[in-house]
Ligand binder design. Structure first.
Ligand SMILES: Nc1ncnc2c1ncn2[C@@H]1O[C@H](COP(=O)(O)OP(=O)(O)OP(=O)(O)O)[C@@H](O)[C@H]1O
Ligand SMILES: [Mg+2]
Length: 113
């Protein structure tokens, strides 16, 4: 099992959720986060005043899936969330050791879906 953690633009979330649902990805966790990427020191100008842009609002979507589903899910995220502009976000993938469904005490694969 893997955890797929996608940091995306907030405006991309509703469409992404729909597309993931179409691919049978039902369980997910969403948080509103703030972050920066490579352009962290970038300066902006507002009404003539320069200011440091430090953090941008983003949405973090976490999903745990089977190993062979990761590539498809990453593709769905990239197809949906890419605008070609900097700041589209990142996808992190990490190993998950186990999952328990609290209600039924199922573990592993059968606890996932
Ligand atoms: N190395 C990282 N570790 C943790 N979070 C990151 C990392 N890089 C980016 N993020 C998160 O992803 C968000 C979007 O990053 P962003 O898309 O700007 O990445 P980037 O590497 O600068 O790519 P781009 O050049 O396309 O902007 C950030 O606001 C931050 O929340
Ligand atoms: Mg960036």
């Amino acid at each position: 099992m893997k955890k797929i953690e996608a940091i995306i633009r907030p405006e991309a979330f509703q469409t992404l959720r729909q597309r993931l649902d179409d691919h049978n990805v039902k369980g997910l966790t969403v948080s509103e986060v703030a972050g920066c990427g490579q352009q962290q020191g970038q300066q902006g100008v507002f009404r003539g005043n320069r200011f440091e842009i430090k953090l941008y609002p983003k949405v973090k979507v976490e999903m745990v899936a089977e190993d062979d589903e990761v590539e498809t899910i990453a593709d769905v995220i990239m197809d949906t969330c890419a605008t070609d502009q900097v700041g589209d976000g990142k996808i992190f993938v990490s190993a998950i050791e186990n999952v328990y469904r609290i209600r039924t005490r199922e573990t592993g694969k059968s606890a996932l879906i």
